[in-house]
Design a protein. Sequence first.
Length: 290
Amino acid sequence: MLRYKADIKTLVYLTFTSSLMLVLFFYHEQIQSAILWILYGIELVMAITVGVIVHNHRHVSIWKNKTLNNLTDCWLTVLYGFPVFGWIPTHLQNHHTHTNKEPDYTKTYAFSEKNNLWTIIYYPMYSSGVQLKAIRRYLSDLRTKNREKFIEHIFQIISLVLFVVAAFIIDWKAAILFVIIPQQISLNSVLVFNYVQHIHADEESEYNHSRNIEGPLNTFLFNNGLHTAHHIKPHLHWSRLPEFHAEIRDKIDPKLNEKSLIWYLIRQYLLSPFNSKWSTVSMRLTREKV
């Protein structure tokens, strides 16, 4: 019933992440301290993949069956920490229509044209606030326009509330450590990825509107780094992005094809304050000056 066999990997990730969360939540007191922190580190890393999976599932649903997709929405919601229908008005209908241009809720230069440690830290807080307003409007409109979809979305909210409340009733300290913190990492990591992928690119360009990460991290993160290809063909399944990226790679400015996310983060946010040669240059500002 999967649309693509490649999503067996998605289900393995989700099953592993869910199982790890439950084991740590219920048995953390019985696990040796050193092993506990190693497992917790793994949980936090896997939380990053949850955000990527939510993104992929919103573009190309995992299942052919509607009921299974709705159940998966609820599963993802409790891991992600926010109802995943929120991606519809903010990402599918807005970001992919405007792609870092006004009125994109997630445009990276909304509060600053700079690209530094402060802006990448503040961006998720700013962007999530703007998106939350749009999500509320979307849900309110849906209540009268599409009752069936509205109810499906409400089930996501109920699932999240029941899951979090139950966790806090059972063990509030474990809930914060093993549920809330991973959820926050899931929520904010995708916003950080969006920032990295669009900051200082040229939103008016056909091929230079996004930064790409081409390194081996794509194997782990479902090819999420191949962002130009994704924006040009947003309904292309994540497993097919490498082939399309190879087709268009020569049309992308080489400065926007990074080999390593880690090196980019170190270079841009730790080294560039001391030497501007490590810093990105805004392609949109360069275009506007011409």
